[in-house]
Each structure stands twice: as structure tokens, then as C-alpha cells.
Design a protein around this ligand. Sequence first.
Ligand code: SF4
Length: 340
Amino acid sequence: MLFYKILEKAKEDNSLSKEEIIELLDSKDNSIYNAADEIRKKTKGDNIHLRALIEFTNFCHCNCFYCGLRYDNHKIKRYRLKEDDILLSVDNAIKSNYKTIVLQGGEDMFWSKEKICNLIKKIKEYDVALTLSIGERPKDEYKAFKDAGADRFLLRIETTDKTLYRKLHPNMSFENRLRCLKDLKKLGFETGTGCLVGLPNQTIDSLADDILFFKELNADMVGIGPFIPHPNTPLANEKKDNFDLSLRVMAITRLLLPDINIPATTAMETLRENGQIIALQSGANVIMPNFTSPEHKNKYEIYPNKVYSNNCINNISEKIKKIGRNISNSKGYRTDPTKL
Ligand code: SF4
């Protein structure tokens, strides 16, 4: 059967044509998840990397149609953590044995190049890897962040369908997004990207392009998020169960990029009970528990009803052990720098 032939080819060559990806996306055959899990085990082993996520500002000057942090959502209570509070969360994560800190925020220009660089230097006094997820910035700022010690940067492309991108991102430019990702790669960041799955007017064809884009960029991390409509956005009434398709996009990404880091996203857990565990058994190898202080994390509402069930390390370890996996003790680079 064509499906199995393509699956075998993906496992052997880690390469597929657009038509072949579409065939895998269109099928309902679940053996794709086992294939992705097999590749994950071969390339990444059974270790799961935990990244401590700190959402340090929910101010954003952008107006992305799908996001609860968008500028025009006046119902949200905005917050900006003080540096000391951020460092307190970092300290908590370190004490819980986390090896990576992820600083995530909206596009908040209060956090100037200088402020971010100071923060990076303070966090890097600890023995941790640092990931930034703070949106589009000029190249000189990315360079300053790298020089200050940041290791990784996450910037999802969201969709490679240019027409859809323009519709969903008023006053933003697809070309600038690409420029950012290319700059980040050139500057030596471990570069993460990813897409939303299930956006209105998104096609299977464009999801196949997204996967090919991850491959072409040679992304070091890819996060796949099922689209979940937020009530205070223009997409409030759109369809919401995009779990299965997201899982398929994630599994194919693992087949084509066997050694990258792939998170089991919180959005997957929000849509389906045990969604993150299902994702970990379908190609993912990373979880990002939330270390934002309790009074703020509910205000970082990109989509509604975010679950935090996996925040407690005991809770996560138990679930991870049950599926025969371990929590890693390393910083979890795509390629272990000590082996370069
Ligand atoms: S998706 Fe990111 S850039 Fe867009 S509104 Fe939300 S926080 Fe801002």
C-alpha cells in the first residue's frame, strides 16, 4: 500500500516530497505515530528534557488574530514581571534541577536590547541553557542577545501560507519573519520554529509546506500547536478540535528531522486528557512546565483554559516513568556540544 511505502521511505531517508507528506497527512492510519516514536528512540533515546518556562510580560504591540495577548484585547490584565521576580522564578527552576530556562513574552518594546542583555547575563551566571522567545527584533539585537550568552531562540513561523499569514498578522510581514529566522540561524542560536494547526482556511497542502519549511531551515526545535480559539479575538467562533491533525504534523516532522527537539505542547494537553503523554509517544521529547508566578500565569492567555497539570515535577516524573522514559540531566542541546 502506498501509505506504508511512504512511511518506510520516511524512516529510511528522512526525506519526502510534498505529495508524499500530503498522503501521510490525509491518511487516518495510526502507525505513523509508532514510526515517529521509533525514530525518536533511535536518535534521541528515552530522555525527556524539561524546560522551565517563565512568561515575563504579556504586553504585545502585535495584533495576531488567534492570540489572546493581541494589542486589541482590552479585556486582558497586562503585567510585566520585575527583574527580581524573574530571577526568583529562575532560582526556583534551578533548585528543581532544571537545566534550561525559557524566557517568553509578547513583543514588548519596554524590554529594550539593553534590559534583555542585562537579564541574560544574570541568568547565565547559573549553569543553565537559556532560550528566548520574544518575537521579531533587528539583527543587531539578536546578535547582542547571543553575545550576552543566550543559547536558543524560538520564533514560530505559524504558517508558511503567505496569504493566510498576511490575513492573520495585520501590520506584520512574512518576509521579516523569515529574515528573523535566517538571522537567528546565522548567528548560531539553536533556532526553534513551528506552526499552528487548524487555522481557518489553512489547507493540508499548506501544512505540508510548513513541514518542508522546517526541513529547509534545518530548524533545531519545532513546536506544533493545535489552534484553540480565544473568545476575545476575531477567531472566537472557529472550530477547535485540532488535536489529531497536530499530532500527525508533529509525527511527520520527527520523521523528516530525526535529531531535533520537539516539545509535547501544553496546547495538546489542553485539548486532550494526557495529550502531552500521547505526544511524547508520537515523536516528542521535551516538556516545558510553567514557572511563571501563580498570580501571573493565568494572565498569559494566548488561548483559553490552558492546563498546568504537569507543572509539579513529581507529577511529571511519575507520568514519564510510567511510559518507560527518564528525565534528562543535561541541557538538551540538539547536538551535545561536548561531542562536537
Ligand atoms: S502571537 Fe505573539 S506576537 Fe502575536 S499577539 Fe500573541 S504574543 Fe503578540
